[in-house]
Design a protein around this ligand. Structure first.
Ligand code: CP
Length: 329
């Protein structure tokens, strides 16, 4: 839909959305759009990454990202190895760099890293030969989540007969301060010409957000969602907060929960997104999360598999093949 040049992707790593241009984003989305039909075939496998090795190295818990990277590699016939830091020699004191050097000695093509420290994937990319995919680093970036969000928004725009993101309004609401998803989406959506509104309590908003992210900031949720095309809800990232700063859940929902009443302020076609895991009754009401006409939360998960296939394909092959040929191989 973005009519991107599929050859536009020439990077060895995917570390963040900050700095990616429209053509690079379009190349991944086009590949994902072409390859996703593999996931609906009776035999969900193509041989395009046969002989390639992908290591998923997760220092934080994950359901969606880890499962979809594993399935993505396997559906393209790569050898996929999954490592949780908690069940590895990390628990015996091995450093990140030593762990990676040992994995590098087995010559993987790509390492997918989730890590609680912002910048960990960038550090590894400077020291190791394998391609590195950032699967979420601290509160910094989560580029594949952003790309799957963009693919979901692009599908939604397509249903309305629109072929680009120009002028679309996206309200990103909740704990923006600790959200790597909000950061990655703000960078990419501004690159694509969408308008971005951040909304959340002042204590959960990055300082100078307007200047840093080129967004508007709204401390009343009603103002942020009014007339929006997309509402992206964020969970409270309590694992990144000191106990003394945890808000009361009941009070938080009253001011910052996406309810049916607040959803009615959006444009009639607006969709509700959430990177998951959702916390019902905290940042989103159950009837909104499960609204079949508005919630695209599970479509995001489906698109996550396609996007991760596309990213692995580009990084493993240094892809220069046409997107339309990929699924047919
Ligand atoms: N959205 C997301 O990153 O979910 P997981 O933590 O389950 O991977």
């Amino acid at each position: 839909m973005m009519n991107a040049d599929n050859n536009a992707w020439s990077r060895k790593h995917l570390l963040g959305m900050d700095g990616l241009n429209r053509e690079e984003i379009g190349a991944i989305l086009d590949t994902a759009s072409a390859i996703r039909e593999v996931n609906h075939r009776p035999i969900k496998k193509v041989p395009i990454l046969k002989g390639k090795t992908v290591i998923n190295l997760f220092y934080e818990n994950s359901t969606r990202t880890r499962t979809s990277f594993e399935l993505a590699g396997k559906r393209m016939s790569a050898d996929v190895v999954n490592i949780s830091a908690s069940s590895s020699s990390v628990s015996k004191g091995e450093t990140l760099l030593d762990t990676m050097a040992n994995l590098q000695a087995m010559n993987p093509d790509v390492v997918v890293l989730r890590h609680p420290n912002s910048g960990a994937p960038h550090f590894l990319a400077r020291h190791l030969d394998a391609g590195i995919i950032n699967a979420g680093d601290g509160q910094h970036e989560h580029p594949t989540q952003c790309l799957l969000d963009l693919l979901t928004m692009q599908d939604h725009l397509g249903k309305m007969g629109r072929d680009n993101f120009e002028g679309m309004t996206v309200a990103i609401c909740g704990d923006v301060l600790h959200s790597r998803v909000a950061r990655s989406n703000a960078f990419a959506l501004r690159t694509l010409g969408a308008k971005v509104r951040f909304s959340g309590p002042p204590t959960l908003m990055p300082s100078r957000a307007e200047e840093v992210f080129d967004v508007t900031v709204h401390h009343r949720m009603e103002e942020a969602v009014e007339g929006a095309d997309v509402v992206m809800m964020l969970r409270l990232q309590q694992e990144r907060m000191a106990a003394a700063y945890l808000p009361s859940v009941r009070e938080y929902f009253r001011y910052w929960g996406l309810t049916r009443q607040r959803l009615e302020l959006t444009r009639p076609h607006a969709v509700v997104m959430h990177p998951g895991p959702i916390n019902r009754g905290v940042e989103i009401a159950t009837d909104v999360a499960d609204n079949p006409n508005r919630s695209v939360i599970l479509e995001q998960v489906t698109n996550g598999l396609a996007v991760r296939m596309a990213v692995l394909y580009h990084l493993c092959t240094g892809a220069a093949r046409s997107a339309s040929n990929i699924a047919g191989e």
